[in-house]
Design a binder for this molecule. Structure first.
Ligand SMILES: [Zn+2]
Length: 181
């Protein structure tokens, strides 16, 4: 649910049976997000928001509505670019080195460049479109190697190294970029 607020713009309200109290946070788009107990009505959510205005203003790094929309637009554009590129690049390397994965998922998590699940789904962050190609390829090779090693053991790194001999440098360089957009 979304509440339109004059000061904060669109406020995301997430109703969850698990949440006991009301918690404020900042969504990836810079919007204010509230998690509230499932039975909370709009009336109470708004009332709670009004009561906490000052705290929110002081403590939370929110973007203004104009910035929020700009970011939505940016993200959409990046998603489009990623969709036309990452799944194909993954497929290319999988074929080249004989890996079999089940699915390629595109994500926009703030903290990870990629992941590989035990059911062989590889997730790649759309933020990869903003890093140099060698680093993007490194992440893809890293996740592919996880198909054979679900850990960061020696054997895992040896396998990554067999496809990307500069993997240590690439891993380090990647730290200069942030997956969040
Ligand atoms: Zn890993």
């Amino acid at each position: 649910m979304i509440i339109k607020d004059d000061e904060f713009g669109e406020v995301i309200v997430r109703k969850s049976p698990l949440s006991r109290g009301i918690k404020f946070s900042v969504s990836t788009s810079g919007r204010l997000a509230m998690s509230v107990p499932a039975q909370t009505t709009d009336f109470w959510a708004k009332r709670f928001l009004n009561r906490n205005r000052e705290m929110i203003r002081e403590k939370l790094p929110l973007k203004n509505p104009k910035e929020q929309r700009a970011r939505d637009y940016q993200k959409k554009a990046l998603m489009k670019k990623a969709r036309e590129y990452l799944p194909y690049r993954l497929e290319y390397y999988a074929k080249l080195y004989g890996y079999k994965y089940e699915k390629c998922r595109l994500s926009h998590a703030n903290t990870r460049w990629g992941s590989c699940s035990s059911n062989k789904t590889i997730s790649l962050n759309i933020g990869l479109m903003n890093v140099p190609e060698v680093l993007r390829d490194y992440v893809i090779l890293h996740e592919l190697a996880h198909l054979n090693h679900m850990d960061h053991s020696r054997d895992f790194w040896a396998e990554v190294g067999s496809h990307d001999k500069n993997y240590k440098i690439h891993e380090k360089k990647l730290k200069h970029f942030s997956p969040g957009i």
